[in-house]
Design a protein around this ligand. Structure first.
Ligand code: ZN
Length: 346
């Protein structure tokens, strides 16, 4: 098995260490070759341990689960990833990241987050004795701040939008030498989120479309990478079409809207660093991008909550995007919608 990281921009190869970018500035992906798809017998993420770039002895004690899929109509499935331990799909990426951090003997890290990624890393960090600095905006939701405090996150508040928060976290890391564990850049995070694809495949096969809320693209690119690996292993012979659902005013793949969707704070990321990889994913899967406004998001949110899916607003963009795409005649066939994050309060 070849173990390496590869730059998406210039193709340069690196050893599998905890590094975030190529010397050319390009983003990195883990590149391994697997012969066949043979999950282990676990009923949690360890089912796919042979496809993750981690040493088993460094696995965190808190283990992400296999999340259920709920069928809501003849052609629509919901993947309930908001049911992960800290309430979002981010636990998958955190799990692999923390294993890698432990392997390298790192005991203090910096992350920037609108809430879920920071909460996930801080929770795993607390369990594993890793100190976690979380940079976040003053506009972060109070319930998310309260939960971050409850898991001993070192909070650093930043004036300005999500991109400013990111810049400040990078500066802090450079100044202090504390490693930056950005989920936007870190290639190990996508190794965790790719297990979403493996699960979908084992649970329902290959849906025609998969709708994913897209800000930094950590769920979207993970799903793309997971299905691509299944394809390379010869396990499947076609990819599902990936649909990137974005929030109005923050689009990076769709045309930028003048109106702003303030409800979907989890995907309010106008300039994600992995944008080129996301364009490749759309192209390779014959997917498309769709952008939703506040009213559409709210309609999806209310429908989901009324039907028992206890999600946060950002997750509702998946349903809002699906409705909009169907109305425009863009979908013909089965669709799976990823519900990414749970509600943080009643
Ligand atoms: Zn490069």
């Amino acid at each position: 098995m070849i173990l390496m990281l590869i730059c998406s921009k210039c193709g340069r190869k690196f050893e599998e260490k905890f590094i975030l970018r190529c010397t050319c500035g390009g983003t990195l992906l883990v590149k391994r070759k697997y012969d066949s798809f043979a999950p282990r017998k676990f009923l949690d993420i360890r089912r796919y341990i042979d496809y993750l770039p981690v040493d088993e002895k460094f696995l965190p004690s808190l283990t992400p689960g296999i999340t259920p899929i709920s069928k809501i109509s003849d052609e629509v499935y919901l993947k309930l990833d908001y049911l992960q331990p800290t309430g979002s799909f981010k636990d998958r990426g955190t799990y692999v990241t923390v294993a890698k951090i432990k392997e390298e003997g790192i005991d203090e890290v910096v992350i920037d987050s609108s809430g879920n990624a920071g909460l996930s890393l801080a929770t795993y960090g607390m369990a594993e004795g890793i100190k976690v600095h979380v940079f976040l905006s003053y506009n972060a939701k109070p319930e998310k701040i309260a939960r971050l405090n409850s898991v001993n996150a070192r909070l650093h508040f930043v004036e300005g939008d999500r991109m400013r928060v990111h810049e400040e976290a990078v500066k802090f890391s450079e100044r202090t030498g504390i490693p930056y564990a950005s989920h936007w850049l870190n290639p190990y995070f996508l190794e965790g989120t790719k297990t979403i694809a493996f699960e979908i495949y084992e649970q329902i096969g290959i849906p025609r479309y998969i709708f994913v809320p897209v800000g930094s693209g950590t769920a979207f690119l993970g799903i793309w990478k997971g299905f691509k690996e299944l394809l390379e292993m010869g396990e499947i012979n076609k990819m599902p079409s990936l649909v990137a659902v974005q929030a109005e005013g923050y689009e990076s793949l769709c045309k930028r809207s003048k109106s702003v969707n303030k409800l979907a704070d989890g995907i309010a990321i106008p300039n994600p660093p992995r944008i080129e990889e996301m364009k490749v994913a759309l192209r390779e899967t014959s997917g498309f991008c769709i952008s939703v406004g506040e009213e559409e998001t709210l309609a999806g949110y209310h429908w989901l909550r009324r039907n028992g899916f206890f999600i946060e607003e950002t997750s509702a963009t998946a349903l809002a995007g699906y409705w909009k795409a169907r109305e425009k005649g863009l979908v013909k066939g089965s669709s799976l919608l990823l519900l990414t994050g749970s509600a943080k309060s009643f």
